[in-house]
Design a protein around this ligand. Structure first.
Ligand SMILES: C[S@@+](CC[C@H](N)C(=O)[O-])C[C@H]1O[C@@H](n2cnc3c(N)ncnc32)[C@H](O)[C@@H]1O
Length: 266
């Protein structure tokens, strides 16, 4: 898969993505991942924050409303166009740039207090370069905080077969959480390129993107080699409000969906 192909996929996905995140359909984010991510981010008022692979800017806007001075980068021109349009409507002082996460050349060394990456590092092919660049643009003791799908519990397709995921009681077509028996994990060490079909009912437009299954050690090594020291981890659980509204989320009181990592520039 060429870099340009992955970029094109995201350009094509942009409208569907914008609908997904701006209409509250991304409840995994709103009711589970963001609360854990923002707990680790702490008080960001007055902090200089870079949002790495920021998409259409959803989390940039949240961070700016919390008082941070935010810059957002993404390699999809279309995502950045939507982000800039929104900035014109709600002026939050966010700067957006079309940029590859693995080459942040427009930013000087030691510029940011925080680099944040929301559900992005698993989609970034050159994640090792991205980690190095994040470290370079962070000030000393600055933090990279990112959330990714939990590498141990990803639903993956190999040769068109789902090789992991929830298994349900036999003789039922009812895939409700009560019928979920256990989560099957296999071939964890087979790192690979995954084509992700975004085909949930809650989307108006279906699309495909590319992600990369990596192990926990791969991420830990990338951070270590970049000069970043893992300081805290979170495995987010759904909020009470999320559980009441979206029964699906109950599954994530049993098995985590995602992992938040904080790493400090040493
Ligand atoms: C799942 S979306 C998340 C977007 C955003 N962080 C959010 O919270 O809505 C992943 C994003 O990563 C971007 N991306 C993937 N590879 C990238 C790269 N090498 N450099 C910059 N952005 C990249 C895509 O364009 C897409 O916007």
């Amino acid at each position: 898969m060429k870099k340009g192909d992955i970029q094109n996929q995201w350009d094509k996905a942009t409208e569907g993505w914008v609908f997904f995140v701006r209409t509250g359909k991304d409840y995994y984010r709103d009711e589970m991942n963001n609360p854990a991510m923002f707990e680790l981010l702490g008080n960001i008022r007055g902090k200089r924050v870079l949002d790495l692979a920021c998409g259409e800017g959803y989390n940039c806007r949240i961070m700016a409303r919390k008082g941070a001075k935010v810059s957002g980068v993404d390699f999809s021109k279309k995502m950045i166009e939507f982000a800039v349009q929104q900035e014109k409507k709600e002026k939050l002082g966010i700067d957006y740039y079309v940029l590859d996460a693995g080459n942040l050349h427009i930013f000087k060394n030691n510029t940011f207090d925080i680099v944040a990456g929301f559900m992005a590092l698993q989609d970034i092919e050159n994640y090792q370069d991205a980690a190095k660049e994040a470290c370079r643009v962070l000030r000393k003791r600055g933090r990279l905080v990112f959330v990714i799908p939990h590498p141990c519990f990803e639903t993956r397709l190999i040769d068109d077969k789902i090789i992991g995921g929830w298994e349900y009681k036999k003789r039922t077509m009812d895939k409700s959480t009560e019928n979920a028996l256990h989560y099957k994990v296999d071939r964890y060490f087979d790192t690979q390129v995954d084509i992700i079909p975004w085909e949930m009912e809650r989307l108006t437009q279906h699309f495909k993107t590319t992600a990369f299954h990596r192990t926990l050690s791969n991420y830990a090594d990338a951070l270590h080699n970049a000069g970043l020291l893992i300081s805290r981890l979170r495995e987010p659980k759904p909020t009470k409000r999320g559980l009441a509204k979206y029964p699906m989320l109950k599954l994530h009181l049993r098995i985590p969906h995602s992992l938040v990592i904080e790493a400090v520039k040493c």
